[in-house]
Design a protein around this ligand. Sequence first.
Ligand SMILES: *Cc1c(COP(=O)(O)O)cnc(C)c1O
Length: 418
Amino acid sequence: MTVLSRENFMSEKNARKKQISDLTCFGGSQIFTEPKSTSNLVQPDFDSFLHYSKQFFDQHRYTNNGPLVKLLEKRLAEFHNAKFCITFCSGFWGLVLAMTSLALKGKVEIIMPSLTYRRMADVAAWAGLKPRFCEVEPNSLSMTAETVEPCINNETALILAVHPIVNCCDIEGIVSLGVEHSIPVLFDSVESVYESSSIGKVGKFGNAECFSMHASKLLNGFEGGYVTTNNEELAHRLALLRGFSFEGQDNCVIPGGLNAKLNEIHAAMALANLDEIDLQIANNRKRYRWYQAGLSGISGIRLLEFDESCSTSYKNIVVEFLDDWPLKRDETVLVLNAENILARAYYYPPLHHKNMSYPHIPVSLKTTDFLSCRFMLLPCGDFVSCGDIDKIIQLLGFIYSHGFEIANCIAETAVKIS
Ligand SMILES: *Cc1c(COP(=O)(O)O)cnc(C)c1O
């Protein structure tokens, strides 16, 4: 017999919704007392983190290209089969500096998807570039050579090829399009650290690739980012730019430098996590399989499957609501969030609908508009157990079978409030 703690016992009880008044949003009790999030939040072995940290601490080297940053860059370059790796204090500043370095001089437009990372247009603004948002392909939710090509014009300075949350974008197609039009290609590979495509491991494609080590991402360095490239000149330039463009003492050799260095304790955390990455992937795979089995029994919802013909992280759980799902996506998110299941809309609103004070090109994107209301991320990562997944799936099953009742009740509540 398994003995349940009081908290688990209550959680089991609260997960068994019998009528819609049992839902927390209508006055019932929450399934989870602790939030279940879509962030990874993986922790390495503490002694391993301390072991790395002791090295920089003993040497009194805290930042400015210290021993652990150098080791991490070497390890990551090997991991991605790329010649060079340059670390940064965040993925954001890695992206900005890669953009300013790669953008064609005298041109201002950057092609990027609209259905993507919510702060991507700000990144472009810091790089002095104007986003021209492109469509994505409905099956992969990712940009392809076909969706990028119509956006190319005389003002195009750069193509930002962003990998979607599940699987990769059309790497080969976009790289050859860039070559054909002599436009540089920068990959945002934040969501594809562990992925491969049929032409090899992510990290060496296009002119450069950018990654994040934010705590919510696959490789947790608390905060941090890195760029991989096979171009030595670019690698040298990025290493200068992140450290005030100083060469020697106080000698700024190129304009546009800032302080975007990674420090040693962040590198220690990232190294300890990198050592355990295969274990993390095994845990992710287990959770993914659990979701896959559970969700297959529920109508109206489709799990975005990982392409297992290549290496993949199994990290994010993304579902699509099909036409027979009884609630709107956002209503479903509301019901789940009330239970402390911090499900999130997939990249909503798309960037072309955001209020932007900085320059961009207004566009209408029908496919993106349609897709932006259909997808949702479910909890994943270290704080989600298979038992938690069972409860989440049980709740989704309840929502499906009581959907019309729930929708009516939400509508009535909205009327009462207004
Ligand atoms: C998180 C994220 C970034 C930014 O990374 P930070 O390290 O948080 O600055 C960029 N692109 C994508 C796709 C992201 O998810």
